[in-house]
Design a protein around this ligand. Structure first.
Ligand code: PGA
Length: 260
């Protein structure tokens, strides 16, 4: 089977809030990504800015959204339908980010959204992650439950359209020094894969791509990629700094031997 590319998803959150800044950053990232051979880059502007890139010529990067509504029923106010997102050229959708979960989004809602996203041919980047690490390992039960509940209703044939983004909440929005170490990430990635295998069987379970997110910067991206057993990153603050993001992309793209 052909090895799939590594994946770097830039989560622009609300950092970028003007068309001018969005266009500049998009252009810079597309230039960097053009040289990447083993890595697919996705950028996720906030909803009102997605349309700016709807007619972007075939680009070296893909467009992602930061959410999608689960229904396509027109009698609903608010949210963004998967149809509308797809018509703008969106290929990836971040779901269940901890900042959305903190605002009340449950794993049940995440699973409904994920089902809608994959049903309509887009890729769901499903975020999971513990609030804190405790010595007794309750965080492992938490991760287990989040994965099972968020993927409820996702059948095996749809797994190619699912990406898990492991983002420990305690490591988000800090600096590379506060991020997870490669060794601990390695352990956690294997735990996540074990759960996926128990849900979908060995072949399908191990085929699901797992990303890490939480203070990925140019300083730690290479070692996390080499030793973390992940398929790429979900990058927040460092993805809106064109230079920093370029260094991350180049660093990841250069990594050939990944510890699994
Ligand atoms: P961070 O954010 O890279 O700024 O920690 C990651 C995320 O929240 O997706």
């Amino acid at each position: 089977m052909a090895k799939t590319k590594k994946l770097i998803v830039g989560n622009w959150k609300l950092y970028i809030d003007s068309p001018k800044a969005a266009k500049e950053l998009y252009r810079a990232v597309a230039n960097t990504a053009r040289a990447a051979k083993r890595t697919q880059v996705v950028v996720c502007p906030q909803m009102p800015l997605l349309g700016l890139f709807a007619s972007a010529p075939a680009s070296s990067i893909r467009l992602g959204a930061q959410d999608a509504f689960w229904d396509i029923e027109p009698k609903h106010t608010g949210g963004s339908s998967v149809y509308a997102l797809r018509s703008l050229g969106v290929s990836h959708v971040i779901l269940g980010h901890s900042e959305m979960r903190a605002a009340g989004e449950t794993s049940r809602i995440v699973s409904l959204k994920a089902q809608a996203v994959v049903k309509h041919g887009l890729t769901a980047v499903v975020c999971i992650g513990e609030n804190e690490r405790d010595a007794r390992g309750a965080y492992l039960t938490h991760l287990d439950e989040q994965i099972r509940q968020s993927l409820a209703g996702i059948a095996r044939p749809r797994l190619a359209s699912i990406v898990i983004a492991y983002e420990p909440i305690w490591a988000i929005g800090k600096s590379a020094n506060d991020a997870m170490t490669p060794a601990v990430l390695h352990e956690t990635t294997l735990f996540i894969k074990k759960i996926l295998v128990s849900m979908y069987g060995r072949k399908s379970g191990t085929s699901v791509r797992v990303l890490y997110g939480g203070s990925v910067e140019s300083k730690n991206a290479g070692s996390l990629m080499r030793d973390g057993a992940v398929d790429g990153f979900l990058v927040g603050h460092a993805s809106v700094d064109a230079k920093e993001f370029a260094t991350i992309i180049k660093g990841v793209d250069e990594v050939k031997d990944v510890r699994t």
